[in-house]
Design a protein around this ligand. Structure first.
Ligand SMILES: *Cc1c(COP(=O)(O)O)cnc(C)c1O
Length: 439
């Protein structure tokens, strides 16, 4: 990526303060934001309104899979928007059919429904499970502790974190949580009302925890035995982020037995799918449990105005094209392994700061020690993760906190080796500073 000379910092106006004031006055304060206003991006870099450059190792939030301002995305936007942006789902159009075909080709026999976001994609899964179980009076969906499934009412009922539920009671009925990666707990939780199980292949918001191969295989067996849908929320861990198209393909593919015939019954997606353009969806398996599962949601059962617009689908197709042409799947696998190795090395060198390193491919988590145990963190009572993220921002690198103690790296799939180096170097410096004591 060619370096662009940043414009000089503004002298007269403080644009950050001005933007911040607009938010104070006019934007619902539901987000905790960092003290940073960004104005443009190019490749793996973004610039703030003062002209300062940052390496974006978060891809926004696991969204900008090809980095920022990728020419293929711009071309798809320009080209498709000059022909047809929206035409509603009362009609057929080629981009939606082609994108569904592309997803099925990567996933396995089945069909796809398109939505606009991850929460909405998951909403479709809950409806699929309820429709599937309806005649037998089954409706319940079991999910995992520490999971995250989105902020709609059903999404927070499905999510296994108390902080997203608080204040919004009563919860939508039909959801229960059990410990993640605990097959026996899932087996014990199944009731006559259970219609589906929904887990993340790699828990994202919960702190970057991959499912174990035994858990995935065990859940498949359990679901077959009990006629329950096995559904995977791949909103964050999907779309090549793990180094394979789907994280379950990576997790099981890395074992001696391999992926075999493993296939979930349904998979939700969003985030990286549109490379920054809002689009989500879910794939549903062709046949499962003796029914034509992909046709369970028949005409009139599910819909959304913006789902699968020509524009969104054209962009998602362009993202697929670039990933395939530039062999980014292999790139993420290899560079991801290298970065993991580096983070491991840092973790072993500075055990006073870093507790463990988790994840796979371009979905990496670094678990920090509790704040009170890190010499350089004692002066502030902010959680370890936010102190680390802020310090790294000062060093020109953006990463994302995950809970109180984990920082996440979710870089663009086309991050270069030199940029990976730059990020690792900055992380190592910040870790060393925190290890050295009061800053
Ligand atoms: C981000 C996320 C969601 C919610 O997606 P939105 O597009 O924000 O609605 C759901 N599940 C997982 C695993 C996510 O990471």
């Amino acid at each position: 990526m060619r370096d662009i000379v940043p414009p000089p910092a503004p002298i007269v106006r403080n644009q950050y303060a001005e933007i911040r004031e607009l938010f104070n006055r006019y934007v619902v304060p539901s987000y905790g934001r960092f003290e940073l206003a960004l104005s443009r991006g190019q490749g793996s870099y973004v610039w703030d309104v003062g002209g300062r450059r940052y390496l974006d190792l978060g891809s926004g939030i696991a969204v900008c899979s090809l980095g920022h301002s990728h020419p293929a995305i711009t071309a798809a936007l320009v080209d498709q928007s000059s022909r047809l942006v929206h035409i509603s789902n009362l009609y057929y159009h080629e981009p939606q059919g082609r994108l569904a075909e592309r997803i099925v080709r990567h996933m396995g026999p089945g069909k796809v429904f398109f939505s606009n976001s991850g929460a909405e994609a998951n909403e479709g899964l809950y409806k699929l499970a309820r429709k599937f179980g309806h005649e037998e009076g089954r409706y319940e969906v079991l999910t995992a502790h520490n999971s995250f499934h989105g902020r709609t009412l059903a999404g927070i009922a499905a999510t296994g974190q108390a902080k997203v539920k608080q204040g919004f009671e009563p919860a939508v009925p039909g959801f229960r949580q059990v410990p993640y990666n605990d097959l026996q707990a899932m087996r014990d939780a199944i009731s006559p009302a259970t219609a589906g199980i929904l887990i993340e292949g790699i828990q994202g918001e919960g702190g970057i925890t991959p499912a174990t191969p035994e858990y995935l295989r065990g859940l498949r067996q359990l679901c077959d035995e009990k006629r329950i849908l096995l559904m995977i929320d791949a909103v964050q861990c999907g779309h090549f982020r793990s180094g394979r198209y789907q994280s379950f393909q990576r997790i099981l593919g890395d074992t001696p037995e391999g992926l075999g015939a493993f296939l979930p019954d349904a998979v939700s997606m969003a985030k990286s799918l549109g490379g920054g353009f809002p689009i989500g969806g879910f794939w549903v398996r062709d046949e499962a449990h003796g029914v034509k599962l992909c046709d369970v949601l028949g005409p009139g059962t599910h819909a959304t105005t913006y789902g699968g617009t020509p524009l969104g689908c054209a962009v998602a197709l362009a993202v697929f094209d670039v990933i395939e042409e530039e062999e980014l799947e292999k790139h993420v696998l290899e560079l991801g392994d290298w970065m993991h190795g580096q983070l491991e090395r840092i973790s072993q060198q500075y055990p006073r700061v870093v507790k463990s390193v988790r994840g796979m491919g371009f979905m990496m988590g670094m678990e920090l020690q509790p704040r009170e145990q890190i010499p350089g963190m004692l002066r502030s009572d902010k959680p370890a993760s936010s102190q680390f993220v802020s310090r790294l921002q000062e060093a020109g690198v953006l990463v994302i906190p995950s809970g109180l103690q984990v920082i996440r790296l979710l870089p663009p799939l086309n991050l270069s080796r030199a940029q990976a180096d730059e990020g690792i170097l900055a992380i190592e410096r910040v870790v060393r500073d925190f290890a050295d004591g009061p800053g």
